[in-house]
Design a protein around this ligand. Structure first.
Ligand code: HEM
Length: 596
């Protein structure tokens, strides 16, 4: 039997991250915060270096034993037919091969059940498949929901009607869905090393982001990428808001410009789609921050940068779809995808080469600002061009769409909550001079604003669903048995999926109004693994402070410049799930200037 899960040694550089994934913006408020999240009975992940001594229910052996015995009997029956009959009959040969394969799988399943029994584990609830082997029924249902932008609702419903943890077949691969905080802690922190990035996501993003990318890699390769990237997120850079300020000004100008033009698509006059502008703005600010030169899509964007933007969007969309459909989808030729990947990688490679040359000749990149992420990366002394390109593209992926998604959902919500807009404007005018650019401290001290952002990250986490794979046989602390409280034995190769969208809406944890936007709940609650918009453990998002600062600054500037934000449609908020979420209906609003 494979070694069971064990306590993962922390990666030294990330020791301080091995706490629950809280953000630091309001630590001072936290010290006296009271939680109304009812702590569950303190059931910790089993100490995985030592097996639990108690045994699990013996009934779990019956099913696997029957599944093993049927093909075994079929194989034995074929043997009994005699050598001549076997050699003559093609169908007997086919049945023999199939039954042997099923028997081998049955042996492995039975072995796992014995290990589960001996380690005191109980299997979780099972998805009621019509096709229990490949799980095509569930695959089709997920595909349909993905197309109609209801995938998160589907996962939510499944977790509510089946169980908070259930097993299923993902096109023939064993898979588990869980929304249990204790399991999240085990996967992302306690047993981190048992749960690397695995499965379709890894393969699907490789052509665009490269193999050495931080999002794709595991083990030493990931540690290397992480060690290189982490020092670049220094406090000085987070506090240097001038880069975002410029792009936020461009955004405000663009909003006024677009409001004056008829946008078509049946939009009432004066309507602006904020989502589209947020995505353009975060591309401008990301390129500025990462490469030292902005794509300036909101202002003067040239054909080359516009082509990069479009190619990046397309390549990402296809990668995300391939990640969901599995390996086979990558075999379907898509010339537009190939050329998009080429455009994106060549664009970035140009700037990386330039930066390497500059660094070698001890010159600095001709940037508009002093802090450039690429320069900081090269300070690690690592000049391997492809590897640097991989990391740069990873930061584009991480930084652009996530921040734009938070802004889109925040402003979609504010457009329907004039009370929140009023409170936010009051706080902003109280805490920061109108003619002064807010500092990092000013933003941090705007408690209501920070609570609104936390609430949006709770209701609409940009990385709404995620996965890992079991590197070896291991144990999840909860989810087994009828009450879902027993540990679960997980076989090597099993894919584990979770959805923060559902995790964050648990009424037991967040109260009866869990589905509602209520920023004031953050005065009282102090969740840990129940709230993981940035994940947790050694792979926690290194850009979280950076992202929150950027979102805060954009919100402050917009709420100063516009006194009312009015919704211009009454369509429901749908979420398109790609690598991050976006709103297929956009954010149609009327922005009323403060001086109007
Ligand atoms: C609100 C905005 C953001 C959210 C919600 C967010 C969320 C996340 C999540 C959930 C992960 C974990 C992914 C996984 O392990 O599967 C992650 C990883 C990461 N994020 Fe963010 N992120 C945000 C913004 C940013 C920004 C602005 C940057 C950089 C500019 C960034 C850089 C990264 C990097 C480099 C990783 C990979 C970490 C690793 O694997 O070690 N993120 N982010």
């Amino acid at each position: 039997m494979q070694r069971l899960a064990r306590d993962s040694p922390p990666i030294l550089e990330d020791l301080r991250l091995l706490q629950p994934p809280i953000d630091n913006l309001e630590n001072h408020a936290r010290t006296h915060a009271r939680t109304h999240i009812q702590p569950r009975p303190p059931k910790m992940a089993p100490k995985t270096t030592q097996l639990p001594t108690r045994k699990g229910p013996i009934s779990q052996l019956i099913g696997p034993f029957l599944r093993l015995s049927i093909p075994f009997l079929a194989t034995a029956a074929i043997f009994n037919c005699g050598k001549d009959a076997f050699l003559k009959s093609t169908s007997l040969k086919v049945i023999f091969v199939i039954s042997t394969l099923v028997t081998l799988e049955g042996i492995s399943g039975f072995q796992a059940s014995v290990s589960s029994y001996l380690s005191g584990c109980t299997p979780p609830a099972r998805y009621p498949h019509k096709d229990p082997i490949l799980g095509i029924d569930l695959f089709n249902a997920a595909l349909k929901a993905l197309k109609s932008n209801h995938l998160l609702d589907l996962f939510h419903k499944q977790c509510q009607t089946i169980a908070a943890t259930f097993s299923y077949s993902s096109l023939g691969t064993d898979a588990i869905m869980t929304v249990e905080p204790e399991n999240m802690k085990a996967v992302l922190q306690t047993n981190f090393e048992d749960w690397p990035i695995m499965g379709p996501r890894k393969d699907a993003l490789a052509p665009l982001l490269g193999d050495g990318n931080i999002f794709q890699s595991n083990g030493k390769q990931w540690q290397h990428a992480r060690a290189m990237i982490r020092p670049s997120f220094v406090r000085d850079q987070i506090a240097d808001l001038s880069c975002f300020e410029k792009h936020t000004k461009n955004l405000i100008n663009k909003i006024n410009e677009e409001a004056a033009i008829d946008q078509g698509e049946g939009r009432p006059a004066g309507t602006v789609d904020l989502q589209k502008l947020f995505f353009n703005m975060t591309m401008d600010s990301s390129s500025d921050f990462i490469l030292g030169r902005s794509t300036n899509i909101l202002t003067t964007g040239c054909p080359e940068t516009l082509a990069f933007n479009d190619a990046f969007d397309y390549a990402l969309l296809v990668s995300a779809t391939r990640g969901r459909l599995g390996k086979l989808s990558a075999l379907i030729p898509d010339k537009k995808f190939d050329s998009s990947v080429q455009i994106v990688r060549e664009f970035v490679a140009h700037y990386v080469q330039e930066a390497i040359d500059m660094q070698r000749s001890a010159k600095s990149i001709p940037a508009e600002r002093q802090y450039v992420f690429l320069t900081e990366l090269l300070k690690s002394g690592h000049f391997e061009k492809e590897f640097i390109c991989d990391q740069v593209l990873g930061i584009f992926l991480a930084g652009r769409d996530t921040t734009a998604a938070v802004l889109a959902t925040l402003f979609w919500t504010l457009a329907r909550r004039p009370d929140a807009v009023e409170r936010l404007r009051k706080e902003i005018f109280e805490k920061c001079d109108a003619d002064k650019m807010p500092t990092w401290e000013d933003l941090k001290n705007m408690t209501y604003l920070q609570h609104c952002i936390k609430e949006i990250l709770r209701l609409y986490p940009p990385v709404a669903t995620n996965s890992r794979g079991a590197l070896r046989d291991t144990i999840l602390p909860v989810g087994g048995g009828k009450d879902g409280k027993s540990p679960i034995y997980v076989r090597k190769g099993t894919i584990l999926r979770w959805t923060s969208y559902t995790l964050h809406r648990n009424k037991e944890l967040f109260g009866e109004d869990a589905e509602e936007f209520n920023p004031d709940r953050w005065n009282k609650i102090r969740p840990t693994w129940e709230y993981i918009p940035f994940n947790g453990g050694p792979r926690i998002c290194p850009g979280q402070q950076f992202a929150i600062t950027q979102v805060s600054l954009v919100a402050v500037k917009l709420l100063r410049a516009f006194k009312h934000i009015r919704a211009r449609d009454d369509r429901e908020l749908l979420q398109r799930v790609s690598t991050t979420i976006s709103l297929p209906n956009g954010v149609w609003v009327e922005m009323v200037p403060a001086n109007a």
